[in-house]
Ligand binder design. Structure first.
Ligand code: DX5
Ligand code: ZN
Length: 220
């Protein structure tokens, strides 16, 4: 079985010491950088945009996983490719023509991801799952770090895993929001492949150790 991945969410980093925090992730057992882009319209918060991602890309030595919480994401697919995104995830709820958006992301050489809000059922992906490299199941309502994990997520992970198996797809399952050492193993056992963790990593006393422990737990 392939290794389960840990993706620290830079939203919880110290923005005044961004280079230090990026280098911490580079030196850690983490696999991906998770980058949250919010537009204040799709979600009730604004995070950061292109110049900050450009600065992150300059220092990051691992896969850059960009989570777009913006309306009409098609407008920026090319830009995010140029900024060094390896995985580009759009929200199902923000795409009128999801299939077209997925093709456009892949045409720019990136892996295509789809995020689902907590209220969105897995079955909406029935006809696109074979075109999706990554499904990001939101385990909190998108917009803020540090919220508590929604317990219904375990059922959604299992339903998604069943869909992927039934359709013979190669899609990875990512969980985003409220991930800690309390739910990491349960999520992996339910079928998750990638765990995003913001506050749990960056607010801990020893970030390197926290990432190492989470990685070990996910692969135990
Ligand atoms: C929420 C973001 C998450 C967030 C996770 O809208 O998509 O990636 O940074 O933060 P924690 O791990 O603190 O819930
Ligand atoms: Zn995210």
């Amino acid at each position: 079985m392939s290794s389960k991945l840990i993706a620290p969410s830079v939203l919880a980093a110290d923005f005044a010491n961004l280079q230090r925090d990026i280098e911490m992730v580079n030196a850690s057992h983490a696999d991906w950088f998770h980058i949250d882009i919010m537009d204040g319209v799709f979600v009730p918060n604004i995070s950061f945009g292109m110049p900050v991602l450009q600065a992150i890309s300059k220092h990051a030595t691992k896969t850059i996983d960009v989570h777009l919480m913006i309306v009409d994401p098609d407008r920026y697919i090319k830009t995010f490719a140029e900024l060094g995104s390896d995985v580009l995830t759009v929200h199902y709820e923000a795409c009128t023509h999801l299939h077209r958006t997925l093709q456009a992301i892949k045409a720019e050489g990136m892996k295509a991801g789809v995020a689902l809000n907590p209220h969105t059922n897995i079955n909406v992906l029935e006809d696109t799952i074979n075109d999706i490299d990554l499904v990001c199941i939101m385990s909190v309502n998108p917009g803020f770090g540090g919220q508590s994990f929604i317990e219904n997520t375990y059922d959604k992970v299992k339903q998604l895993k069943d869909l992927i198996t039934r359709k013979g797809a190669a899609t990875k399952i990512e969980i985003d929001g409220g991930v800690t050492n309390k739910n990491a193993k349960l999520l992996i056992d339910a079928g998750a492949d990638v765990l995003v963790a913001g506050s749990y990593v960056f607010k801990s006393n020893d970030q390197i150790e926290t990432i190492k422990d989470l990685k070990a737990l996910a692969n135990s």
